[in-house]
Ligand binder design. Sequence first.
Ligand code: NCD
Length: 375
Amino acid sequence: MRRSLIDILDLSTAELDEMIRVAEDIIAAPQRYSRVCEGKKLATLFFEPSTRTRLSFEAAMYELGGHVLSVAGANASSAAKGESVADTAKIVSCYADIIAMRHPLEGAALVAAQNADVPVINAGDGGHCHPTQTLADLLTIHREKGRFDRLVIGICGDLKYGRTVHSLIAAMLRYEGVRFVLISPEALRVPAYVTDALQEKGIEYRETVSLEEAVPELDVLYMTRIQRERFDAAALYERLKDSYILTPDKLRSAKSDMIILHPLPRVHEISVAVDADPRAAYFRQALNGKYMRMALILKLLGDRSEPEPLRALRTPQEIAARGLACRNPKCIGKVEQELAPAFVLAGGRYRCLYCESDAQDALSGGDAPKRKEQA
Ligand code: NCD
């Protein structure tokens, strides 16, 4: 197993700083990097739709002088014949030096990394996380605001299924004096493991349904799309899809140096009239993604260190004795039956290793405890 990027917390803050420095250097002198990956191959395995993530990975590898092998779409690969993620990862390791993978199942990239002989980059695993979007977000915040500390960050939209949201919060809670305003409909609040992490770190945050009420205090406004493909009930999506629409009018009360981010694609949540506002940074953010992916490919190809061992897993005996089970139907551990169930104990509860959702825990009464609300 090689060092991979599955979760944004796989990178230390010092490593993130170094990658930002490399990305800035690439922006300043791209010709210096145009042959550094000569003879190396990146495989892009995208089992879910993508425009910017896949193309920016491919552009990144080409601009480093490397080559790209690509499978786009679940139907174009042996996954359609029923091949497991583990087997696919072993096979692709034979042909490529590094893999970028997007998959609809939560935890799929972790399973790929455990089975590949080359570094694996999580380019999105279901509604779970999306660390390379966070790299784009961080470079943008760094370039636009000049700091990560003491920022009030509003995150608006689908905070439940928006994987970019989960990774961004995880990254930002390591900085001093950061405060979050989490703006979503009641049905789309952030998952419990995210609010637990905020509470464990003592980070100030509040949850609200009103974008208008939140805007005046924000330094960063991160808009997101309602993730239609992750809803079980189409009617609920129809009811929530236009919950938030950012217009020039709603920006009147915003700070003059607030920045507006969006991982894109947008559907209706930012009106095109906002694009002309100098605070709209989302197209610059998409470009920044390419530079950070270049820095990431360089880092992982050059990193021969042993990956950190996985956090303490429960043994099969403990799992059986406690009656632990993952209840998330979108978790790879549930769908790929031959994978051994694995759990970690975090903040007093058992979580699935693959998708981080609260496990069913028969010994503590069947269900996981209700999430703690912040006063
Ligand atoms: C995001 C994703 O795929 O999660 N897109 C991206 O990678 N830039 C956001 C989204 O699809 O809404």
